[in-house]
Design a protein around this ligand. Sequence first.
Ligand SMILES: *[C@@H]1O[C@H](CO)[C@@H](O)[C@H](O)[C@H]1NC(C)=O
Ligand SMILES: *[C@@H]1O[C@H](CO)[C@@H](O)[C@H](O)[C@H]1NC(C)=O
Ligand SMILES: *[C@@H]1O[C@H](CO)[C@@H](O)[C@H](O)[C@H]1NC(C)=O
Ligand SMILES: *[C@@H]1O[C@H](CO)[C@@H](O)[C@H](O)[C@H]1NC(C)=O
Ligand SMILES: *[C@@H]1O[C@H](CO)[C@@H](O)[C@H](O)[C@H]1NC(C)=O
Ligand SMILES: *[C@@H]1O[C@H](CO)[C@@H](O)[C@H](O)[C@H]1NC(C)=O
Length: 335
Amino acid sequence: MTMTMRSTSLFFFFLSLLSLSSASNHDHSTSNTNVAPTPPSSIQQLCKAATQFPDLCVSSLSNSKQLPPNLTPLQLIYSSLSVTSETTRTVQSKVNDIINSAVGDQNRIRASNNCLEVLKSSLYRISITTNDALPRCNLKSSRTWISASLLHHTDCVLALTKVNDTKLVTETLSLVGLLINITSNALSLLFSYDHFGNNTASWIPPRTERDGFWGPVKMSGIAGFKGGVPTNLEVDMTVSKDGRNRSYKMVQDAVNAAPNNTVDGKRFVIRIKAGVYVEMVRVPLEKKNVVFLGDGIGKTVITGSLYVGLPQQSPRRVVLEHILLRLDYNFSSLC
Ligand SMILES: *[C@@H]1O[C@H](CO)[C@@H](O)[C@H](O)[C@H]1NC(C)=O
Ligand SMILES: *[C@@H]1O[C@H](CO)[C@@H](O)[C@H](O)[C@H]1NC(C)=O
Ligand SMILES: *[C@@H]1O[C@H](CO)[C@@H](O)[C@H](O)[C@H]1NC(C)=O
Ligand SMILES: *[C@@H]1O[C@H](CO)[C@@H](O)[C@H](O)[C@H]1NC(C)=O
Ligand SMILES: *[C@@H]1O[C@H](CO)[C@@H](O)[C@H](O)[C@H]1NC(C)=O
Ligand SMILES: *[C@@H]1O[C@H](CO)[C@@H](O)[C@H](O)[C@H]1NC(C)=O
């Protein structure tokens, strides 16, 4: 599932997204002892304090070319995004290698193209974070875009896992695994920067909405907004299993019918009634401000059809827990 939004006024916290970074905090021995100079202690401190994969965080950031000598938290975040984007490009080229060696294997080509499509969206979102959201101190949007990237990367894994029967695909999959952890780290750093700013002594690993955590609401501009799950979303379109009341039966059909929404700030709310929707939902980049509103945990479930009929794969479940937090901020004063 992918979502597209304008960066200015609406934030979607993909509730399931941070679950990757909230996985138990294993120490992975990914630290690279032959990295030449000792990284600045601030990198080590911040990686250790705020990320799920601190060794990977230190080693990947220490290798970053963009590393200035006296690193500020914001520069650390830019570096982590730059590493994320570089690694995404490396994955892209591996996936192109898969296509080039696929010799007419349509399954392999299709899976690779699905992965390439989401990687492209991911690179787009990383670039709007780096070039637009972060320079404007729009930290909520930054988190949203990087959350979306993380989801794109897991979508790539889902696609390639179907054709994981050559060494090249297996290698690529493990590289995407690395990319996911790197993206998760970047998102974690953003989380702490958003919450604690330059007060790095307070930085902590991210908690998620699943843990019952909702970010504090600052300067809410929406009347009636109380934090947490939004209560006053106006539904534009409904999806239901029975298709009654002129609702769509498939989430994708509703998405296709949604306008491009170029009008600034206009949200398009798709209410998805309880049910299990067996489909792989794609929201193209032109569809701005699409909001999915589910009926809650375990009620509205979208499960990718790519996995149907593959007994060894457990279906992917995107649970639309009441969708997301919606906030309006005046960004200028955030940093
Ligand atoms: C891909 O296949 C390899 C070899 O069978 C296996 O070790 C690896 O776990 C698989 N990767 C995924 C993501 O399923
Ligand atoms: C990424 O994190 C997962 C745990 O979520 C771990 O199993 C895997 O080994 C990590 N991969 C890399 C390359 O760090
Ligand atoms: C946001 O900023 C605009 C001016 O840029 C101002 O008119 C508006 O009152 C501000 N809103 C809040 C909630 O502070
Ligand atoms: C259809 O819409 C009507 C009025 O909007 C509502 O009362 C009714 O519960 C809806 N039925 C279903 C099945 O959603
Ligand atoms: C939405 O944008 C896409 C890409 O720019 C365009 O092809 C499509 O016609 C637009 N759809 C509508 C309804 O304007
Ligand atoms: C952190 O400090 C820098 C100056 O070193 C400042 O530009 C930035 O806005 C601050 N960040 C936040 C979130 O306050």
